[in-house]
Design a protein around this ligand. Structure first.
Ligand SMILES: *Cc1c(COP(=O)(O)O)cnc(C)c1O
Length: 444
């Protein structure tokens, strides 16, 4: 009990806290002091020594600093997972960032037509460039692909039947489940085929007067191998169109460039899906497209028009910052410079030798060993597919504890632990982050 009496009063501590009060205000500083002193009291009750006044104030400063940091913070991704969903998916190009700055920092033509000086429509901002780079008739941008799928099903199949293969009743991370989205849309889901095999005849047999759409959903994040069969999209489209039905193709990632050019399996491209006859193709803006979070719908103009006019469209509309960043990202494709300018594609297309040279420069600076490793695409794209890479491997006593310490840096560094080593893959560390990374590793 004698030690407890040594705990200074809040007022006493406060007198030594002028800089904290100046920075954080009186009320927040007092609250933090109380929290720290309460903690010290509890610890003392359990037999811990009472900290000195200076230590209590240092703890308070630390607490206030931690509390003041935003929870959404930039991090350095050294995991080698390119579209890391938990780390914000696609990093944006410099041009996309500049577009956000230009549009977000002031007023814009979001819904304004300059020539007559009257109301315009936000839906127009990415429509033309999307049509141009995908070859589609028309396009619509909404908040994300989950919303795009919900809107398409609701607008085109509510109260009617939607046919889908049992092999495509998928769940994407974040609890997006096709059967749940179907239920939410009010479409009556008709499952056909089996988990591993669905034939064209299964679809044909399920079509009734009630049928409005045939849905295809890309099994983005898993693969069924072995005794499998799926009806080709072109056949599905021919069947659907002969019966006046609509084909919705949820391709997930929305690649405009074929991943096969980089030694990976082919992820379906938007162009492929359209030319195979899909009426509407739906995909994300922030997966392989490499842009901002968005749901993109391209295809037949009459159907896009129906989606635009549905009341749900207003509830899931995209923001001006999205249009700004998406336009700038799409422009890289139009100019044929996506591999250089879109970070996701720059990372995919970086040759292993260039990555090795960077890893070796890191090893020169901080020690460790350069080892062959594998990067992955992530973001629910190309499961099981890897890109050969070179990583810096650090042999440390407790790799998990070391990884935790790297996460305490500002900006936090996210590394991988494998075979009792800390692995840092240069592929996903952005140019310009090397110095910060190496400073942290030196301290470690
Ligand atoms: C990722 C994905 C979605 C969800 O897209 P979000 O943009 O994350 O909403 C839907 N369908 C498929 C097939 C996907 O891969």
């Amino acid at each position: 009990m004698t030690s407890l009496r040594n705990l200074p009063a809040i007022d006493t501590l406060l007198r030594a806290c002028d800089p904290l009060v100046a920075q954080y205000g009186h009320e927040r500083t007092v609250r933090a002091l109380r929290q720290v002193v309460d903690g010290a009291r509890q610890a003392a009750l359990h037999g811990d020594p009472v900290p000195a006044e200076a230590a209590l104030i240092a703890q308070t400063a630390h607490l206030l600093a931690a509390d003041s940091r935003p929870t959404l913070r930039p991090v350095i991704n050294a995991t080698g997972v390119i579209i890391h969903t938990n780390l914000g998916r696609a990093p944006l190009s410099n041009e996309a960032l500049a577009a956000i700055q230009a549009v977000g920092g002031g007023y814009s033509t979001l819904e304004y037509d300059l020539e007559p000086g009257t109301r315009g429509y936000r839906d127009e901002h990415c429509a033309r460039i999307l049509a141009e780079v995908t070859g589609a008739e028309a396009a619509l941008v909404v908040n994300n692909n989950a919303a795009a799928v919900l809107l398409a099903l609701t607008a085109l199949a509510q109260g009617r039947a939607a046919i889908i293969s049992r092999g495509q009743l998928i769940e994407i991370g974040g609890a997006f489940r096709i059967p749940d989205v179907m239920a939410q849309s009010g479409a009556h889901m008709v499952e056909v085929g089996t988990t591993n095999r669905t034939r064209l005849s299964d679809y044909a047999a399920a079509i009734t007067e009630q049928t409005a759409v045939i849905v295809r959903a890309h099994a983005s994040n898993f693969r069924i191998v072995g005794f499998t069969e799926a009806a080709p999209l072109a056949d599905l489209a021919a069947l659907a169109h002969a019966r006046d039905l609509i084909v919705l193709d949820d391709i997930g990632s929305g690649a405009l460039i074929d991943t096969a050019a980089f030694g990976l399996a082919s992820e379906p491209t938007v162009q492929e899906s359209l030319s195979a006859g899909a009426d509407l193709v739906l995909f994300s803006g922030d997966k392989l497209l490499g842009g901002p979070q968005a749901g993109i719908i391209v295809g037949r103009a009459d159907l896009v028009e129906r989606l635009k006019r549905h009341p749900l469209a207003r509830a899931i509309r995209a923001d001006k910052l999205t249009f700004a960043a998406l336009s700038a990202t799409l422009d890289h494709y139009r100019r044929g410079e996506a591999l250089d300018k879109v970070p996701v594609w720059r990372m995919i297309s970086t040759p292993p030798d260039a990555i090795r040279a960077r890893a070796e420069a890191w090893a020169q600076a901080v020690g460790g060993e350069v080892v062959a490793s594998e990067s992955t695409i992530g973001g629910g794209s190309l499961p099981g597919e890897t890109l050969p890479t070179w990583a810096l491997a650090l042999h440390v006593d407790q790799p998990n504890a070391a990884a935790a310490r790297l996460r305490q840096y500002d900006p936090p560094i996210i590394a991988r632990v494998a075979h009792d080593r800390l692995l840092l893959d240069p592929r996903t560390v952005l140019p310009g982050q090397d110095e910060m990374l190496l400073a942290a590793l030196k301290e470690l």
